[in-house]
Design a protein around this ligand. Structure first.
Ligand code: HAM
Length: 453
């Protein structure tokens, strides 16, 4: 024990008085944001619709890790893509593993298909996923560094009807949410087709070398197809004369593409051919597409910045399984950018349904509060949505909350009601009140709610 006289308070001279500074506040990381309760009802609505349609079409839910080996994306998405060259969040762990936050979902889903031996399941394997993706891109409207995708992948099927069905699914999800969407579509054929086409592009663009930006000159060497979706305005003019991949397609790719388009015609999915659509991920083969809001159609071949931003994209990736060390396995899929879907719904004025609070449970006094807690749970179990403000004492404050929640009835339990074994039901519109037996409160309230409809 410290004796009183031993314990001397340190004496501070004036100059030593420490001014306690508040620590600086911490903001979210640039390009990342909080999605607050006020906005989340839109997200919940969008996620619920995506799940509903995916499940109806026979897709099963998969979750894959947010972190994967960096090699998965370098090999899967492609070494010379913008995503891998400039946008990966990669780091080395203390143990020396090279890991990356996933920039997209498809490579991880295909990795999971291979690592979990899903090739032994009845094919095709139809999977949906939803979650955060990370790209160290320049933050701007509709472009975040942490964003959310919902995706559907069909692995183990090469029929053209699958490509069309996936496009249809993406279209239905948006339609049922209230967004009229249109599809920009192209076929980029087999790897052989692309090798020939790439050579043709190189010879074509070499003729314009002097006019190319430094960035585009680099692209010409490494990934000439990326020149087709260059953002450089001068490039748009040059590109108009460039060879188009459709003219280089082999018979099988052409037939496949024709069938996809026929199914889309049959399903009344609006689309436009976009000969310059090559997509920014290297794993694609054959059909590629992007989904735009129909309100402002994008001219074929216009870069994203020049028109509305894509709500989603996808395509066939028959070569990915092999690139990742699996057996050759055809596959096709799409993903929707949920941030963009939510933002578009808000601009259209689409409002999510509010979770209705039909009843409010109000209380007075400690005994009343205890009883009210139990009644709230009885109501919940019986499927009646109720609101409460149990931490508040004032009945006026509680009634204000009841009104704000839009409750049709309030159940009031005070000291007297506890003693009598009763409860008071108040009609929030008319103000009329009725005393009922507390043990029958759930039945009474249900009866009243049914009469209301
Ligand atoms: P993606 O075109 O790179 O394709 O992305 C799909 C969608 O994600 C885009 O259309 C966009 O709506 C959204 N998105 C992409 N980057 C951002 C960002 N920085 N901020 C906000 N939203 C963004 C893929 O990711 C492929 N995995 C799609 C796929 C699935 N292909 C086959 N299966």
């Amino acid at each position: 024990m410290i004796k009183k006289k031993e314990f001397k308070k340190p004496v501070k001279k004036d100059a030593e008085v420490v001014v306690k500074k508040a620590p600086p506040s911490i903001a979210p990381v640039r390009g990342m944001r909080d999605i607050l309760p006020a906005e989340n009802p839109w997200w919940d609505m969008v996620r619920a619709k995506c799940r509903e349609i995916a499940v109806a079409y026979g897709f099963e839910h998969i979750d894959t890790p947010v972190l994967e080996e960096t090699a998965l994306f370098v090999r899967g998405v492609g070494k010379y893509t913008d995503i891998v060259e400039k946008e990966l969040y990669s780091f080395e762990t203390l143990g020396g593993s090279k890991l990356t936050l996933r920039p997209e979902g498809t490579a991880g889903v295909m990795r999971a298909y291979i690592s979990n031996g899903m090739v032994n399941l009845p094919q095709p394997v139809k999977l949906w996923y939803e979650g955060a993706m990370f790209r160290h891109d320049r933050p701007q409207h509709g472009r975040y560094r942490q964003f959310y995708q919902f995706g559907c992948e069909v692995i183990g099927e090469d029929d053209a009807v699958t490509d069309a069905q996936l496009i249809l699914i993406s279209h239905i999800i948006l339609k049922e949410l209230g967004i009229k969407a249109t599809i920009n579509i192209n076929s980029i054929g087999t790897p052989e087709v692309r090798t020939n086409y790439r050579n043709a592009l190189i010879s074509f663009f070499r003729g314009y070398r002097a006019k190319l930006s430094e960035e585009d000159k680099k692209r010409l060497l490494r990934n000439p197809m990326r020149l087709l979706d260059s953002k450089d305005p001068a490039m748009l003019e040059i590109r108009a004369e460039a060879p188009q991949i459709v003219d280089w397609l082999d018979e099988t790719s052409k037939m496949h593409f024709m069938r996809v388009l026929e199914y889309l015609d049959e399903s009344n999915v609006p689309y436009q051919l976009d000969p310059y659509l090559v997509r920014g991920l290297d794993y694609y083969t054959g059909t590629v597409f992007e989904i735009f809001p129909e309100q402002e159609p994008v001219a074929p071949g216009m870069p994203e910045e020049a028109g509305p931003i894509a709500l989603g994209g996808g395509g066939r990736y028959d070569g990915l399984a092999e690139i990742l060390g699996g057996r050759p396995t055809p596959a096709v899929g799409f993903s929707l950018g949920l941030d963009r879907v939510v933002s578009h719904l808000k601009t259209l004025g689409v409002r999510p349904e509010k979770f209705p609070r039909e009843v409010f449970v109000a209380q007075l006094g400690e005994q009343g509060r205890k009883k009210a807690l139990a009644i709230f749970e009885e109501l919940r179990k019986a499927g009646v949505s109720a609101g409460e403000a149990f931490s508040k004492d004032s009945i006026r404050v509680q009634m204000d909350v009841a009104n704000r929640l839009g409750a049709k009835f309030a159940i009031v339990i005070g000291q007297k009601e506890v003693l009598d074994g009763t409860a008071l039901i108040r009609d929030m519109d008319s103000g009329t009140q009725e005393i009922v037996d507390a043990s029958k409160i759930v039945q009474e309230i249900k009866k009243k709610l049914e009469h209301q409809v």
